[in-house]
Structures are given as structure tokens and as C-alpha cells.
Write a protein that binds this ligand. Structure first.
Ligand code: SF4
Length: 284
């Protein structure tokens, strides 16, 4: 059992310990796993290295066994390189990174399930390009991973991070909330802004169903990583601008759980509804 089961408790603990949010998450994690802060930091740094290495070694010629995915990350890279991107280099790089990581997962490459394999592209697609754009040291990105982990921990405890349980809102939605809080950390925002960014990101993806074509984590999963990443950035930007979620973070998380509970089984990873039930998906 974690020392916190709500975002409010996490923020209060951070106040009580007089530690930044990332350090609070790390402190609780170390106590729970009987490891030192240095060991914990090294383990988190290793996760970031895996993200970087998989991103770097993406092969645009590779296709998944099903043939449903592969190559889109390369198309996006080429489009960005052409200078024709409307959204600019940062968002373009984020889109490409999310596609690349999702495709790597479909091609059985090493990924970091943060919080799940299906949503593995969101955090790296936000952290790596934003870290580069802001010229941040590696340590800052590792700290941001702790912030993301803290938000993910609360969502897992209060609601779910499983598409089979609560739909894609629990996977891509949770990853987006985690990434939004992480971006606020990268930009030096307050812990309240981090929590608020998570709420803004999660509420924007509330109700998202889990409908993988053929039951494979490829369509629509890979492209949903893109929306999860961009949604995280916009939520963080709003939060840093002082825009608040009218519904507090914990209530948004609870609402996500309730929406998940109301979702029919056909829309919870069974591949019986949504996009999985379309004629094209059925006739593939
Ligand atoms: S559609 Fe389902 S399997 Fe795909 S990422 Fe979303 S929750 Fe995961």
C-alpha cells in the first residue's frame, strides 16, 4: 500500500516532507522497495535510457508480423525534415516519436510500459523532444519520470491503468496525465500545476474506448499515442498559463473509473466493438 492514494495526499505529503514532488515519490518508492535514493535514481535513469535507445534505433523499414503497422514514424520524420509541418518542429518531433515507439512495440522491440505497453509512446514522445527543445540535463528528465510515476500510482490505485478494465482512457488517458505532469516539472512549474495538468489531460480523454483491431496492440493504439502526447503538452501549457481544471484531479480520476465501470465489455479490449467491429477491421 502506497503512502498516498490520492493526488491531494501526494501533494500534502510533499508539503509535510518539505520535498519537491519528484523527490516525495522517490522517497516513498525507496521505502517501499528497500532501496537507496541512488539505486532508485539509477533504475529510473535506466528506463529513460531504454526509451532513448529504442527511439534512436527505430527502423522505418520494419513491419509488424500482422502487417498492420510499421513505417509511419519514418513518414513523419520525412515530413518534418521537408519543413512543411504546420505544427512546428517540437510537435512534429513528438508525433514522430510517439509513432516510432508504438511501432517498435508492435515489432516486439524493447519498450517501457509506462503505464502499459499499448501506451508506451506517450511519455518518451513528450520527454525526449521537450528535453531537447528546452536543453535540459538528463537528471531533470529522470525527475520528471518520478512525477509521472506518482500520478500513475494514484490512477492505478483509485481507478485503473488497464484497457480491459476501463477502456483506453485508462491506458492512453493515464499516460497522457502522467506526461502532462512531467512536462510541468520540466518547465519548473509548481506541484499544484503538475496535478492540475494531469487532471486537464485525463479529462480530455475521458470515455476513450479500447477497441484494438484483431485484438492486437497496433490499430488504433499506435496513433492514439500521438494524441496522448500532444494532449499532454496542451494540458501542461494550459496549467503553466494558470488555467485550472474546474474538477479536481482526484475527482477526474474517480470519474474515469466510473466511466470505465459503465463501459460495455465490447469496448474493453475484447475487440468486439468500436473500430475493431468496423467492416475494414473485420475483413482485414
Ligand atoms: S485501444 Fe486498448 S489496447 Fe490499444 S492502447 Fe488503447 S487501451 Fe491499449
Amino acid at each position: 500500500m502506497s503512502a498516498y492514494s490520492s493526488v491531494a495526499e501526494l501533494l500534502a505529503l510533499s508539503d509535510r516532507l518539505d520535498l519537491p514532488l519528484w523527490k516525495t515519490v522517490q522517497t516513498v518508492d525507496c521505502a517501499g522497495q528497500s532501496m537507496t535514493a541512488e539505486e532508485s535514481f539509477a533504475a529510473m535513469q535506466n528506463l529513460l535510457s531504454v526509451m532513448r535507445s529504442t527511439d534512436k534505433n527505430y527502423d522505418p523499414s520494419q513491419r509488424s508480423v500482422s502487417g498492420l503497422s510499421g513505417g509511419d514514424g519514418g513518414k513523419m520524420d520525412a515530413y518534418i525534415a521537408s519543413g512543411r509541418s504546420i505544427s512546428g518542429p517540437l510537435v512534429g518531433r513528438m508525433i514522430a516519436a510517439a509513432l516510432r515507439m508504438g511501432e517498435c512495440n508492435a515489432c516486439m522491440k524493447r519498450i517501457v510500459a509506462a503505464p502499459t505497453a499499448g501506451a508506451c509512446g506517450v511519455l518518451p514522445a513528450v520527454l525526449i523532444p521537450c528535453g531537447e527543445a528546452l536543453c535540459l540535463p538528463e537528471e531533470k528528465l529522470v525527475e520528471a519520470l518520478y512525477v509521472a510515476a506518482g500520478i500513475g500510482e494514484v490512477i492505478a490505485q483509485r481507478a485503473s491503468i488497464s484497457g480491459a478494465e476501463s477502456g483506453c482512457q485508462a491506458e492512453i488517458g493515464s499516460a497522457s496525465a502522467m506526461a502532462a505532469a512531467a512536462v510541468v516539472h520540466l518547465r519548473g512549474g509548481t506541484k499544484e500545476q503538475m496535478a492540475n495538468a494531469a487532471a486537464l489531460a485525463l479529462k480530455s480523454l475521458l470515455g476513450l474506448v479500447c477497441d484494438p483491431v484483431g485484438g492486437l496492440v497496433e490499430v488504433p493504439c499506435i496513433k492514439r499515442n500521438v494524441i496522448g502526447a500532444v494532449n499532454a503538452l496542451t494540458a501542461a501549457e494550459m496549467s503553466l498559463a494558470g488555467i485550472e481544471s474546474r474538477i479536481p484531479p482526484d475527482e477526474v480520476i474517480d470519474a474515469m473509473r466510473e466511466v470505465g465501470d459503465m463501459m460495455p465489455a465490447a469496448l474493453r479490449e475484447t475487440a468486439q466493438g468500436g473500430l475493431a467491429a468496423t467492416p475494414t477491421a473485420q475483413n482485414r
